[in-house]
Design a protein around this ligand. Structure first.
Ligand SMILES: [Zn+2]
Length: 271
């Protein structure tokens, strides 16, 4: 009596499993535009996909080649950041049917994630949910939420001890906006703006002033960094901490966010 329903439910489970596997393998030609989006799609699919652009290339300076265009046309689903954040894809994506593309959106509310929204855990989670919904799969966010809460607690403690000393951090390139908005952090000043324009004299003078006042605990430097410019403005006592905004050194989405957090935690005066 007991075994029959169990056997039936086992068969159902097996069928569901087979079906799910079939759906997933049908979706293997998901094409994420960036490496961070590749980590995001890997969370949902359980397998990694080769992104359109290499991990170490900034979306600010990417040029499409014919081979990229072929890949975009042959993918079953292109996952990208949308025409504003990836203008080099805007024109070609107009030719690709809506059902073959997924824009990880900012929620349309200008949530303050800035030009690098993928550095925000909330944005990434939203992207995971969007993709799961599109593929008809389910993703359990419990662990993700637990982890980000942990990171938040450590960051607020660190931020408190920095501000008690009247200190903060600089960024070379204003590319951590999403992460900062999510965790309630803000940098003192940046050398270049979000789109990497060269700093003006006024901005450099303000950085010099901050350093002279002993307010600069460190500078976070990413792929855009020009060390000679920093050397001209800041002394060696200001620690330079590498920060991997493009996730070039991460193979996992949660590790990526943790690495960003670790960089901020590493920011304190050595003196
Ligand atoms: Zn930027």
């Amino acid at each position: 009596m007991f075994f029959r329903p169990r056997a039936v439910s086992l068969v159902v489970t097996l069928l569901v499993f087979l079906f799910a596997t079939a759906t997933t393998s049908a979706a293997t030609s998901v094409l994420p535009s960036t490496h961070v989006l590749a980590l995001l799609t890997a969370q949902v699919l359980g397998t990694s996909s080769q992104p359109l652009m290499p991990a170490n290339v900034s979306p600010h300076d990417f040029n499409l080649k014919p081979s990229h265009i072929r890949r975009l046309h042959s993918a079953q689903l292109v996952v990208w950041l949308g025409p504003e954040l990836e203008p080099y894809l805007a024109k070609i994506m107009e030719q690709i049917p809506q059902q073959k593309q997924l824009i990880i959106s900012n929620g349309g509310s200008g949530t303050g994630y800035g030009l690098h929204p993928w550095t925000s855990p909330a944005y990434l989670l939203q992207g995971i949910n969007q993709l799961s919904q599109r593929l008809g799969t389910k993703w359990d966010d419990t662990l993700w939420l637990e982890k980000t809460e942990q990171l938040q607690a450590q960051l607020s403690q660190h931020g408190q001890s920095l501000s008690q000393n009247g200190q903060g951090y600089l960024v070379y390139h204003d590319g951590l906006d999403g992460f900062e908005a999510f965790f309630g952090l803000s940098h003192l000043e940046s050398f270049t703006g979000a789109d990497d324009q060269a700093p003006g004299a006024k901005r450099l003078a303000s950085i010099v002033q901050l350093a002279e006042d002993g307010k600069v605990a460190c500078i976070l430097v990413d792929h855009e960094v020009k060390h000679r410019l920093i050397d001209a403005v800041l002394g060696p006592e200001v620690k330079r901490i590498p920060i991997d905004i493009l996730a070039a050194n991460s193979n996992d989405l949660a590790d990526y966010i943790r690495a960003l957090q670790k960089a901020v935690l590493a920011c304190h005066l050595t003196a």
